[in-house]
Ligand binder design. Sequence first.
Ligand SMILES: [Zn+2]
Length: 194
Amino acid sequence: MKHLFLLLSFLSIACTAQKSKAVSDAPTNTSEKSQTVDNQEKEILLTLPNGTKISGLEKSEELWASELSDNAFYVLREKGTERAFTGRYWDYKEKGIYACSACGMPLFDSETKYKSGTGWPSYYQPIEDEYIREDTDYDLGYGRTEVMCNRCGGHLGHVFKDGPKPTGLRYCINSISLQFIEEAKQEEYIINYK
Ligand SMILES: [Zn+2]
């Protein structure tokens, strides 16, 4: 009988210990989970050059596919790359701004465009750093810094550290990810862009 009592006591302690462990695990798991969800659903608020605040744009891939041409979808949503010297803007020298061709977000100014000799339009800085989202990809077997439009997440190209002064950066961008707005219309474009 005494043994039975000891055994029951032991089981009771063991169960309590197990229970308290389970409880102490719970908050950790919950916090990790909510952090992941927070990161995924991070709300984006961008301030345009005219001071207007605009929020991030989220669309299903099906909707993007219905709105973009096949080539634009391949580059912007499937992170493809257009062939060098084939895009519309690699040798384009007009004054104005370059906006995201998917969502219209102003991204680059022609003042920062330069001849890189790569066959892709190249800029040494975006209009605002916060308009660009960066990530690392290993598609070619080594790490490269991918750049995306921070409003819609559309793939733009990559940024390398072999650019000219003052930043030393080379934003190597696919033409098809861009739309050009000439200087005479850029102010009106930014005012009306939402
Ligand atoms: Zn965009």
